[in-house]
Design a protein. Structure first.
Length: 131
């Protein structure tokens, strides 16, 4: 299967969104932001996820995305998984799986995860008064 990077980002986001078994409106808004409202990319990714399932969809997305794009995706996944207010064990494991499949050097992953977390905290501070 040949996907564009935007379709691969959409596929990756759909896997994270769907892994806990429910899809919230807030999660759909985050996916829409990640893919910049590209409805065709979403539909293509959705059909592929439906055909391949979660783990093979993650593998396909990681074959297409480079390490920097995966890091961008994982940063946005924090926003996505927290859209419903809960980080489930399955969501956390799936994000870890993305990082394991990335071509990012293992030694930078703890720092990358820290940076993602700091970005998410700043996002919350800016969007939630009194946080």
């Amino acid at each position: 299967l040949k996907l564009t990077p935007k379709e691969a980002l959409a596929l990756a986001a759909i896997t994270v969104m769907a892994v806990d078994g429910s899809v919230e409106d807030a999660e759909l808004k985050v996916v829409n932001r990640i893919i910049q409202g590209d409805h065709e990319a979403f539909l293509t990714a959705y059909a592929i996820h439906d055909e391949l399932g979660t783990l093979d969809s993650v593998r396909l997305a990681c074959e297409i995305l480079n390490g920097e794009q995966i890091l961008f995706a994982v940063t946005n996944f924090l926003d996505l998984v927290m859209a419903d207010g809960v980080l489930s064990g399955s969501e956390e494991k799936l994000i870890q799986f993305f990082l394991e499949l990335s071509d990012l050097p293992e030694e930078i992953l703890p720092g990358a995860i820290y940076q993602c977390t700091q970005w998410y905290i700043r996002l919350l501070e800016n969007s939630l008064p009194g946080f």
